[in-house]
Design a protein around this ligand. Structure first.
Ligand code: C2G
Length: 457
């Protein structure tokens, strides 16, 4: 019996896939088809798969050509499948010609002529028009966003808005996109909005974008008041629009895996979460000079609060902040301590004090440790009472990682799915509430310090 194997994503199943499977089957007596998982596709840069795995498997099954269907989960699996299933022929479309020659040592490799004028990419683009992204803001983060957006098919960076003509034009020129200084004109030329302007401007821009019927991806911290967060999230929900807060960690595959392990019970009941992120900034940087919105907590607080809210939820009983301030009164280093009914947590961040920058999750049976930069999770360990027992996990993190949230955003648009489990509305609102409380306490603290200083002069 001649055994044949082939692999693919088989998204939006089409004639090209059908013909490939038909000819693959004809090469032998028994055909095995490997269908890729979403996670594996993401590791090879395919971020735009529309159909879920079960739908794609079902579509392959319905052709009647596959005698067996398996799941392809990782690079390197082809080699072991060929051994495991005793394969005679590996086949794939001619778009891969040469790409799998390394398998020739183990079986015959056949590249079948690819069917012309049809592809999943074409179908995605015809059925779902490319989402033209308009960017608000021209700073460092906006610049990081564009190369990342270019990795995700189905979106294109169309233009940038900045009320200051010179900044808008300079940014647009650099990235070869359109510059807008008029908000109405900007909205009429784009489909979705990415907001990367200074923190305090987010709220107004989110409102304006939603009122123009645009889905919004907004940089963290989305807004700095809980009532504002609730208002815009509610507005988006009622108008069937997506409003997503951009905290790249929430969308990266390694962090998803870490949360999965943490919540699986393998370290028992979780009792303590400690998250730390420090980044030394120059004294004259915006982050350390903006008198109202600067400081370590508004800059990095979203990252360190994320694992805490994901694990313990949004219903903490107490929260307190301890802060070290610089000469201009801005917080250089802040520790937020949260108390929950079943555990405690600290969120530590610094722009003027360097610390370990690790994430520690302690449970009744063991603990998880992810070292810096855990906010771009690629590796973590699970430790137990027996010192020599350590489980190690790794995951890919591509580029600057914004591609994960952009593809998540696009997926939600295409699926008309307005609920985002990776960072829920409740979690975003809770974060805004914590930011608000911190800023209020900070202001009061600064006033007290100034008064005390005046008293001693
Ligand atoms: N195909 C084809 N003609 C088309 C489109 C696709 O013959 N017009 C073939 C591809 O060459 C591939 C199969 O159909 O053999 C599945 O295509 P995709 O779903 O695009 O999967 P792909 O990314 O090519 O994955 O490990 C996965 C494999 O490497 C192939």
């Amino acid at each position: 019996m001649i055994k044949v194997i082939t692999y693919g994503t088989f998204d939006l199943f089409h004639q090209g896939h059908y013909r490939l499977l038909q000819r693959a089957k004809a090469l032998g007596d028994y055909l095995i088809v490997g269908v890729t998982t979403e996670a594996y596709d993401a590791t090879r840069g395919k971020f735009n798969v529309i159909d879920d795995l079960m739908t794609r498997i079902e579509n392959v099954r319905k052709t009647g050509f596959a005698d067996e269907i398996i799941i392809e989960e990782s690079a390197g699996q082809k080699f072991s499948d060929i051994k495991k299933y005793n394969i005679d022929i590996f086949t794939v479309g001619s778009d891969w010609t040469g790409g799998f020659d390394y398998l020739k040592d183990y079986c015959e490799v056949v590249y079948l002529e690819r069917t012309k004028n049809i592809s999943s990419t074409m179908l995605r683009e015809t059925n779902r028009p490319i989402q033209r992204i308009g960017i608000i803001g021209t700073g460092r983060i906006a610049a990081r966003f564009i190369p990342e957006a270019r990795q995700v098919s189905g979106v294109s960076a169309q233009g940038v808005y900045n009320p200051h003509t010179e900044s808008a034009v300079r940014f647009a020129k650099r990235w070869d996109i359109e510059a807008y200084t008029n908000l109405e004109e900007f909205f009429s030329n784009i489909d979705v909005v990415y907001i990367a302007s200074p923190h305090q401007t987010h709220y107004e821009y989110i409102k304006a974008s939603l009122e123009h019927g645009k889905h919004v991806l907004c940089e963290k911290p989305m807004v700095l008041r809980k009532s504002q967060a609730e208002e815009v999230l509610q507005y988006a929900k009622e108008h069937d629009l997506i409003l997503l807060e951009e905290i790249k960690t929430a969308y990266c595959p390694g962090f998803q895996k870490l949360l999965g392990i943490a919540c699986s019970g393998s370290i028992g009941s979780i009792r303590n979460v400690e998250a730390c992120f420090t980044k030394l900034e120059k004294a004259d940087s915006r982050e350390l000079t903006d008198p109202v919105y600067g400081g370590s907590f508004t800059e990095l607080g979203s990252y360190v609060l994320l694992p805490i809210l994901k694990i313990f939820g949004t219903e903490y009983q107490e929260i307190r902040f301890d802060t070290i301030r610089g000469e201009n009164g801005l917080d250089l280093f802040t520790k937020a301590s949260l108390v929950y009914p079943t555990g405690i947590a600290t969120a530590t961040c610094g722009l003027g004090v360097k610390s370990d920058g690790r994430l520690l999750i302690a449970g009744t049976k063991g603990y998880i440790i992810a070292e810096a930069p855990w906010w771009k999770t690629t590796y973590f360990e699970v430790h137990y009472e027996e010192a020599n027992r350590v489980d190690r996990y790794s995951e890919i993190f591509l580029g600057d990682g914004l591609r994960y949230e952009i593809s998540n955003f696009l997926y939600m648009i295409n699926k008309s799915n307005k609920d985002n489990f990776k960072l829920t509305r409740g979690e975003s609102a809770a974060m805004a509430g914590i930011m608000e409380r911190f800023m209020e306490e900070e202001r009061a603290g600064r006033r007290r310090e100034t008064a005390a200083r005046a008293g001693t002069d």
